[in-house]
Design a protein around this ligand. Structure first.
Ligand SMILES: [Zn+2]
Length: 347
């Protein structure tokens, strides 16, 4: 399956943190042909193992399967759903969104409603509506009907956005954070015909709520080196200063020097930079990001694991739809595969 198609399938799937089932089954299916074994651990992480030579380093790749979203908190007598947020969601992006409520009986379409602007007071119109002032309308007549439709407290709610190609090499879609990392991981494994290292390709759960899946997966695997594949903010849009977000779309994968939770291990960073330069793969160096990735937790497993992060520059992350360049995705795959090949020379 071509890389863009893998990304499309993963992006359209639902995987609100803690409810990654749909993404997990795709990950198992997509990894299976290219690894020796696919496992699922107790927390729900998917682990594809590609065996290498005896005594060669063990490398853990991590891409998180979960996405930000909402959970049903209360259902009003009139049949409206109120919700809580899962992961970092800005209230300003919620209003008027089309959403899908994933119930046991199947998905339900809905719209994020609010008090109509016409009847809002002057001051009300100026302020941002916070999530607790919004509600989801699934067209139900009353609370009773929502129950018949299958809605339960705690059901996950995702944004109703379909993947689309909008430019020569540009695609838009839901949850590129971090389905694009998942797609890169699958493609890199696919292209690595043989590798000296034993590779653990891990689709992690619950990253958006505190890097939880990576914590247990890294404890179980205890790799010699860890690489997180994730997205980073592409700041090449109006109103963003270079200093605030210097990474740009179409300029190649970003290599983390340091972020809020990780200082990349110098040997891992050296390896990634050397590989990019030797293979003439464009890359960008990034430091000072306020967020972090699965690598932060992998690096602290047991006695510690040297870690690095390769990120795909992505615009509008943590909003319903984001945008990225397939050229950057391709270069990230190339860099990841080439780096894995070269690990035994460095570790
Ligand atoms: Zn992410």
């Amino acid at each position: 399956m071509p890389l863009a198609e893998t990304l499309e399938k993963l992006s359209n799937a639902c995987g609100v943190a803690g409810r990654e089932e749909e993404v997990r089954s795709l990950m198992k299916k997509f990894l299976k042909p290219y690894v020796d074994e696919v496992k699922e651990d107790k927390l729900g992480n998917v682990i594809g193992i590609k065996k290498g030579k005896k005594n060669a380093p063990k490398v853990m790749l991590a891409a998180h399967m979960d996405e930000i979203g909402l959970l049903v908190k209360t259902i009003s007598k009139e049949g409206f759903l109120q919700f809580v947020k899962i992961g970092g969601i800005d209230d300003r992006i919620l209003m008027a969104q089309k959403v899908i409520v994933y119930t046991e009986k199947g998905p339900l379409h809905g719209i994020m409603g609010s008090k109509p602007p016409h009847i809002q007071k002057e001051e009300e119109r100026k302020k941002v509506l916070t999530y607790d002032e919004l509600f989801i309308d699934i067209g139900a007549e009353n609370q009773e009907e929502t129950k018949k439709m299958g809605v339960k407290i705690g059901d996950p709610i995702g944004f109703d956005i379909k993947f689309a190609k909008i430019g020569k090499d540009v695609v838009i879609g839901k949850a590129f954070d971090d389905r694009v990392g998942c797609a890169v991981m699958i493609e890199a494994i696919k292209r690595l015909k043989n590798s000296e290292c034993t590779i653990y390709a891990v689709g992690t759960v619950q990253e958006e709520v505190g890097l939880r899946g990576a914590t247990t997966a890294a404890f179980g695997i205890y790799p010699d080196i860890g690489i997180a594949l994730d997205v980073t903010i592409a700041g090449d849009v109006p109103g963003v200063k270079e200093f605030e977000a210097p990474i740009k779309m179409r300029k190649g994968p970003s290599l983390t020097v340091a972020d809020y939770g990780l200082i990349a291990h110098p040997k891992v960073l050296r390896l990634l930079v050397d590989v990019a330069e030797e293979n003439k793969i464009p890359y960008q160096l990034e430091t000072g990001l306020p967020g972090s990735t699965d690598a932060a937790r992998i690096s602290l497993a047991r006695e510690g694991v040297p870690c690095g992060v390769i990120s795909i520059p992505t615009r509008y992350i943590h909003s319903p739809s984001s945008l990225l360049s397939l050229k950057d995705v391709e270069n990230t795959v190339k860099l990841t595969a080439a780096a894995i090949k070269k690990i035994p020379e460095y570790f």
